[in-house]
Design a protein around this ligand. Structure first.
Ligand code: PRP
Ligand code: URA
Length: 209
């Protein structure tokens, strides 16, 4: 069974309340999503491997540390996942970025894929799938399936707000994929919106409604 981590942190809770608020405008919403992504990145990277090396400070020799292990790949699910990329890249500047595009059909609620462009060596990277919203889990499931088809073996899913239904859906289908969320909300509405949630993340990020 995959691990689910809810990132309980006062700064994350504070900032999450800003983006939940319906009166928060596009500009602030986008900025705070970036800040939350940065804070989440810090926590998600806790177990990255380090190697020691010797370095010299201006005063003496000491032990330094650098990240080893596999290279990283960020894969935002378009559109809303784009909002998380800058925050992650600010801490992981050498990660490569792939894109998977899909939208939820309003009637069936099933994801409709329309774009995929991944780094050539994607199968050789630790992959962070980024999407602020995990509702039914259909979109994340499709994206993870596509990545597994390309040979990816190490995948984490990073979402800001998740419904219990979506978490369960991904855990059932991908027991090898660990999930990191800033909040596990109450439930899905009849139209599969997360409650209390924050509304349509794509529209709020890009001001399309
Ligand atoms: C939103 C969100 C997720 C998806 C979650 O995207 O960003 O990708 O819904 O829902 P699910 O877990 O039920 O699949 P949306 O389809 O609204 O597309 P957009 O980002 O282009 O607005
Ligand atoms: N997608 C969103 O953007 N918000 C939800 O609440 C559910 C899916």
């Amino acid at each position: 069974m995959s691990k689910v981590t809810v990132l309980e942190h006062p700064l994350i809770k504070h900032k999450l309340s800003i983006i939940r608020d319906k009166n928060t405008g596009t500009n602030e919403f986008r900025r705070v999503v970036t800040e939350i992504s940065q804070l989440m990145c810090y926590e998600v990277c806790r177990d990255l491997q380090l190697e020691e090396f010797e370095l010299e400070t201006p005063l003496e020799k000491t032990t330094g540390y650098r990240l080893t292990g596999k290279k990283l790949g960020l894969v935002p699910i378009l559109r809303a996942g784009l909002g998380m990329v800058d925050g992650m890249l600010s801490l992981l500047p050498s990660a490569k970025v792939g894109h998977i595009g899909m939208y939820r059909d309003h009637d069936t609620l099933k994801p409709v894929p329309y774009y995929s462009k991944l780094p050539e060596d994607v199968d050789d990277r630790d992959i962070f799938v980024l999407d602020p919203m995990l509702a039914t889990g259909g979109s994340a499931d499709d994206a993870i399936q596509e990545l597994k088809k390309q040979g990816c073996k190490s995948i984490r899913l990073i979402c800001i707000v998740a419904a219990p239904e979506g978490i369960q859906y991904i855990q059932d289908r991908h027991p090898d994929v660990d999930i990191y969320v800033a909040a596990k909300d109450r439930e899905l509405s009849d139209t599969a919106y997360i409650l209390p949630g924050l509304g349509d993340a794509g529209d709020r990020l890009f001001g399309t409604k």
